[in-house]
Design a protein around this ligand. Structure first.
Ligand SMILES: O=C(O)CCC(=O)C(=O)O
Ligand SMILES: [Fe+2]
Length: 372
């Protein structure tokens, strides 16, 4: 693999919890069951099982994605290097223009978001998951990461071309469309704006944890189409399950935790669920002192894709649900992303509703609720 010799410290995974918690029961998709030169073949029972899981829970695990433990571990080591091997001055120089442009590309410092007046403790380094031209390389990557760019690019391409593509085949069949229908909405290279992210959750102070009730990343839906989260040992991610109970996601070594975002929800007429999830302080006290590292691939449709229910899908049509003033004001995938990125985590722009949750009006009259 190119750049593999770039000598960086190896990430030490925190110890895995051996305690039992109220874990979410999630289905598993074995990605090796999707075959064919264009990943067009999926056994009918897999389509049924995964379609039901995405319509009900919105979250699944995926295994047999074709990446080795070592390749995944390497990404966690690169993540560590992106935070520990880059100076604070360079992080500021390569800061993301989150409020100005609604774009996460670059570094997000701790404290950009606030929850109940408390600054968040999460650092990000996010990259657009598309080819890195020489100009983009210089603009996005601080010098300390330059030797790793080819390796990072190879990983992001794999996430898009193989893992995301397979998920899109399954979902196309779930929506009773031809197997390549959703891939056709996501494979225009000139319009790609997937986001690949390394995230570092620093442990907050006990005082901060009290003020936020242990919530470290407020309950939210993702803005994009399909999110791929590389499973990591610290028990912390919670999913709001169909019975309205927050349940933890169990760590499955080398598996992917996959969830759907707003874009997929809208184009499926609401059939596919954009499930609410959040990150809280670890229920296993022995994990509390550890830094929690994340490797996430947020896959998107092409920028100009209109987020309106797909007319060709009988499943999308059958829900009878439409959005954005009956489609008259449907944004593109890009417009929706920018509008949500700018507004997220900015205390004060919302109104409090039932249950102490907060509601905010987004473009096209759609409402977004932030769950506490
Ligand atoms: O940290 C995690 O496990 C999930 C993060 C997440 O939900 C997000 O960044 O959208
Ligand atoms: Fe999320």
């Amino acid at each position: 693999m190119p750049g593999i010799n770039a000598d960086i410290p190896r990430w030490q995974y925190p110890p895995t919890s051996d305690k039992e918690f109220d874990y979410a029961k999630l289905e598993t998709l074995d990605l090796s069951q999707i075959t064919g030169s264009e990943y067009e073949n999926v056994p009918a029972e897999v389509v049924q099982k995964i379609g039901d899981a995405f319509a009900r829970d919105g979250f699944i695990y995926a295994t047999n994605h074709g990446l080795s433990s070592e390749q995944i571990h390497r990404q966690f080591s690169i993540a560590q290097h992106a935070f520990d091997g880059v100076s604070e001055a360079d992080k500021a120089r390569y800061a993301a223009k989150i409020l100005e442009e609604g774009d996460f590309t670059g570094y997000k410092p701790r404290g950009h978001w606030k929850l109940r007046g408390v600054r968040d403790q999460i650092e990000h380094f996010s990259l657009g998951g598309q080819s890195y031209t020489p100009e983009r390389r210089e603009k996005i990557f601080p010098p300390a990461l330059a030797p790793l760019v080819d390796e990072i690019e190879e990983f992001t391409e794999y996430n898009h071309d193989h893992i995301y593509r397979k998920i899109l085949t399954v979902l196309s069949l779930v929506l009773k469309l031809p197997p390549n229908a959703l891939w056709d909405l996501a494979s225009n290279k000139d319009e790609r704006f997937d986001l690949f992210r390394y995230a570092l959750y620093h442990p907050p102070s006990p005082d901060e944890d009290v003020k936020t009730d242990g919530v470290r990343l407020q309950g939210h839906t993702d803005f994009n189409a399909v999110s791929l989260l590389y499973s990591q040992p610290i028990v912390s991610l919670q999913v709001l399950m169909p019975d309205n109970v927050w349940r933890y996601v169990r760590h499955v070594p080398d598996a992917l935790v996959i969830n759907l975002g707003d874009a997929m929800h809208f184009i499926s007429g609401g059939y596919l669920k954009q499930t609410i999830h959040r990150v809280v302080s670890p229920p296993d006290a022995s994990q509390v002192p550890y830094r929690r590292m994340g490797v996430f691939y947020f896959a998107q449709f092409n920028r100009s894709t209109r987020l309106t229910p797909l007319a060709a899908s009988p499943v999308a049509a059958s829900t009878g649900t439409s959005f954005f003033d009956n489609g008259r004001k449907s944004p593109t995938a890009w417009e929706w992303e920018c509008s949500r990125v700018k507004a997220y985590g900015q205390d004060g722009s919302k109104k409090t509703i039932d249950g102490g949750h907060e509601e905010e009006e987004m473009i096209g009259g759609e409402k977004v609720v932030h769950y506490n």
